[in-house]
Design a protein around this ligand. Structure first.
Ligand code: SAM
Length: 264
């Protein structure tokens, strides 16, 4: 997958996109992040990229000119250039254009899966009071929010989106890991996890996990997962039950027991 990122602060990305799973995905050529410094496209001699808002008010607004030129640079060569019309659909080379914005659609599992099916994305990181609306309208940006709070800029939000989407790209995760087994994606929250030693300062691991009985372990994990979901995310549990999951007799018994009990 290729992700073009329009930003005023490209230096923010390397520590995140160059480390761990994202770093390895980059090295293997599974994920290519193309950072575009919006300021490089400013026609102002001081590389100005923001100005005061029309209508007054506090703060600055990111200007149309550097953004239009930066976006045009993404188009196929015959589409680029000030004198040529905008590419079809005003989406350079068909990319899905996303403006990271607290006004947008909330980034959830459904949207992550949708975006992961794309071959190319273009993310715009805002700053200050935001972006001149003409940029968003002309280039048909969708607005996507990572939550009901305000960040200083769109870079952290873009990194959250890239990280979550990258986990769905085939081969990005190790062969033993499956993104679908994780909390939320599996329909339930993941069960509690423990590692060695068995006892740490008198704190012990649930015995069943060290029993070697795989069937019992799987049932314990299922029960723990159900109980956690019931107490923390009853909405998820409701959706899980509506889907009528295929369960073994033993799992059905556990499900009935957990659902009959009041939440933890
Ligand atoms: N004045 C804007 C408003 O009230 O909607 C907020 C601007 S915010 C200080 C600066 C930039 O941070 C935004 O343009 C956007 O790119 C990014 N941003 C802030 N909060 C965000 C969120 N919850 N999700 C995604 N991006 C966000």
């Amino acid at each position: 997958m290729k992700v073009d990122v329009l930003t005023l602060f490209p230096e923010m990305f390397a520590p995140v996109t160059g480390s761990s799973i994202l770093g390895r995905a980059g090295e293997k050529g599974l994920l290519y992040i193309n950072l575009i410094n919006i300021r490089d496209y400013s026609s102002d001699k001081h590389s100005k990229a923001d100005d005061t808002p029309f209508g007054g008010g506090p703060g600055m607004v990111m200007m149309a000119q550097p953004l239009f030129d930066a976006i045009r640079s993404l188009a196929a060569p015959q589409e680029a250039g000030l004198d040529t019309p905008a590419p079809a659909g005003r989406r350079p080379a068909g990319r899905r254009m996303i403006y990271m914005s607290p006004r947008g659609r909330l980034l959830d599992a459904a949207l992550i899966r949708e975006l992961a099916a794309e071959e190319e994305l273009c993310l715009l990181c805002g700053h200050y009071e935001g972006v001149d609306q003409r940029v968003l309208d002309y280039w048909q940006f969708e607005e996507v929010s990572i939550g009901d709070y305000i960040l200083t800029g769109g870079e952290l939000a873009a990194m959250v989106l890239i990280d979550a989407v990258a986990r769905f790209i085939p081969e990005v995760l190790g062969s033993s890991e499956s993104v679908e087994d994780e909390s939320v994606y599996s329909g339930l929250l993941e069960c509690d996890q423990y590692t060695k030693p068995r006892s740490y300062e008198g704190l012990t691991v649930p015995e069943v996990l060290t029993s070697g009985n795989h069937k019992e372990i799987a049932l314990w994990q299922y029960e723990n997962s159900l109980a956690l979901t019931q107490s923390r995310r009853p909405d998820l549990l409701r959706a899980y039950l509506e889907k009528e999951p295929e369960l073994s007799k033993a799992e059905k018994k556990i499900l009935q027991k957990v659902v009959a009990k009041p939440p933890l």
